[in-house]
Design a protein around this ligand. Structure first.
Ligand code: UDP
Ligand code: MG
Length: 340
């Protein structure tokens, strides 16, 4: 069997601090693998600049000029981690046999990448990188992550425990992924739906090499909420259940108080009245908010907007007329842009 062409896809958002180290580490690994004959000499690392505001793109572009196995894909604006990943995978699909996605901060152990390839050669279409431990994460991050996984499991979404977006996908798995046309793509939930033969590779999670997390609390909460509402209708069912319970509960107590009244024992319950009004009001608002969340999802899906827009695609440019190597790195590359 011929060695597979591997593309390592790295989404980057304001990663200028981590990138020099990442570029060097991944390049070393790739060269080692090429020499060892486990991947084809055409293999490459594809850095996806997700609309960074710092020096990320110039760093990537400069590196791609100096090293033919480094490629840079530039998105027109910030599209979010998941979409940046998709942009990378879908663009690399045509020129690779398999793709591995990894975060730019190298928190995931790149030394297990050869094991991914081994599993791939053994016939697996999807290989999940799974964390052995999380003791390098902050206690808060660890707890919230734990809580999130168990909540998702309870809501009936099958996700791989302690697996983030460090995984290998074969060309055909990515091809099938592309057929999931949902606008709210939650990769950790969708990938297990693809099927095929899969494997898990375990590794130790490290600390970020440099820079700070691009997932502040606000983004984390919205990511979790997205994950839940795009995969499960259990929350909306719970709302219905609570509504039914409170309806029948109040019906029963109404009858009870009515009977008391008939026997002349009138309750002067202003407190209970006002509490129940606020309680019910709150419940109703929660319920409406939840339903709104789903309607928002439907709204987004119906518009079918593109998930990302590519500003510069190295694979298209390579196939085009102009030689890239003569141009200097700068943010605007007008005549090399991919249309739409
Ligand atoms: N990222 C991205 N777009 C975003 C946010 C993050 O491409 O809008 C990238 C980021 O550069 C990194 C990866 O997604 O490569 C994961 O982000 P981070 O390491 O900050 O998340 P954490 O590990 O803290 O969950
Ligand atoms: Mg990280």
């Amino acid at each position: 069997m011929l060695e597979p062409v591997l593309t390592i896809v790295v989404p980057c958002y304001n990663e200028e601090e981590a990138l020099p180290y990442t570029l060097q580490q991944l390049d070393e690994l790739l060269q080692r693998m090429k020499q060892g004959g486990s991947v084809s000499r055409e293999s490459r690392v594809l850095y996806v600049d997700d609309g960074s505001r710092d020096g990320t793109w110039p760093i990537i572009y400069q590196a791609s000029l100096q090293n033919p196995s480094i490629k840079g894909l530039k998105l027109s604006k910030n599209a979010g981690h998941q979409n940046a990943l998709l942009a990378g995978l879908f663009s690399a699909k045509g020129v690779s046999d398999c793709m591995i996605s990894i975060d730019a901060d190298l928190q995931d152990d790149i030394e297990v990448i050869p094991d991914f390839i081994e599993e791939y050669l053994g016939g697996c279409d999807i290989v999940y990188g799974v964390r052995k431990n999380r003791d390098k994460d902050t206690l808060f991050k660890r707890k919230t992550a734990e809580w999130f996984y168990s909540l998702m499991a309870k809501l009936g979404v099958s996700m791989i425990y302690n697996h983030a977006d460090f995984r290998l996908m074969s060309k055909r798995a990515v091809h099938e992924l592309e057929r999931f046309e949902e606008a709210n793509m939650f990769l950790r939930g969708v990938v297990p739906l693809i099927g095929f033969k899969t494997a898990k590779v375990y590794y130790d999670r490290k600390e970020r090499v440099a820079g700070t997390t691009k997932y502040p609390l606000k983004k984390m909460v919205s990511f979790a909420l997205d994950g839940i509402t795009s995969f499960s209708i259990t929350p909306i069912r719970m709302v219905l259940l609570v509504g039914l319970l409170s309806f029948f509960g109040s019906l029963a107590s109404g009858i009870y108080f009515f009977i008391l009244k008939l026997f002349g024992q009138t309750e002067s319950g202003w407190t209970s009245l006002i509490t129940s009004i606020w309680l019910l009001g709150g419940l109703q608002l929660i319920a409406m908010g939840l339903i709104g969340e789903y309607i928002g999802k439907i709204y987004k899906e119906t518009k079918r907007r593109p998930k990302y827009i590519i500003d510069f695609n190295p694979f298209m440019a390579a196939a085009g007329k102009r030689d890239l190597t003569d141009s200097l790195p700068h943010m605007e590359l007008p005549d090399m842009r991919e249309k739409g």
